[in-house]
Design a protein around this ligand. Sequence first.
Ligand SMILES: [Zn+2]
Length: 306
Amino acid sequence: MTEGFGPPSTIRLGDVEITRIQEYAGPSTGTPGILFPDAEPSYWSDNADWLDPAFYDAASGTLRTVLNSWLIRSQGRLILLDTGAGNGKERPYAPVYAHFDNPYLDQLAAVGVAAEDIDVVINTHLHVDHVGWNTRIEGRSWVPTFPRATYLMPAADVSFWNPLENPRAPGDGNQNVFEDSVRPVLDAGLVRQWRDTLRLDESLVLEAQPGHTPGSSVLRVESGGTGALFVGDILHSPVQVAAPDVNSCWCEDPPRARSARRRVLGEAAERRLLVFPGHFGGHSACTVRAQGDGFAVDGWADLGLI
Ligand SMILES: [Zn+2]
């Protein structure tokens, strides 16, 4: 695994085409103990034979991560799921995501897609690393990056992360995010807020799975007898496949986050669905099977390694 991002990589599920657009690949911030405080510290070294190098650097004992966006072509529309950290953002409480200068839009252009071509943007939730490219800087203003798109946002997260509605939020690391990456698209009239479930077309359905954040959601894909679940950060690391009760330090409601994780993994195992988490390196998506009190990775998507 090299530093920086990998090139776009595409697979097809029935009539749905899925392309990985990667904004970042490299060292993760924080130690395993800080990011996954409930996990067995030895998990990563015990599983280094398959976690290194995509998820773990055994030599230094540090975690590796990626920021994945997913470009989905379905029923003639172009859909972008999660928009990374974005360029040029002020992130004093999450410096790892500050002042990026990544050729994200060039990655889209490399697969023939201009910002104006995107029909729908989906933010699985409104954390800092899932909404960044919602906007870009123009002069002194943040403007929608995808001017023709409808931005689908979970209503529960829009309320939760709006500092005017909920003074408790934003929590550590999510400061400024609402103002520079959510408010401008709201003001432009491009946001459709949704609750519970929202069908996009014959193949795609959004479904609320709260816990990681109040509005955390899953995109279901069903086409041609195959299926997938895009789970955002309900599943952040392979350790949570083996031990679904392990939360990340960013899970807002720990008991509900555990329940949501067990639900999506249980269904994925039973129905042999591909699982697309937000931050899995390597092949980036996997199938799972039940094992003991948790699950195990059963296979990887045919997405190129980086
Ligand atoms: Zn994330």
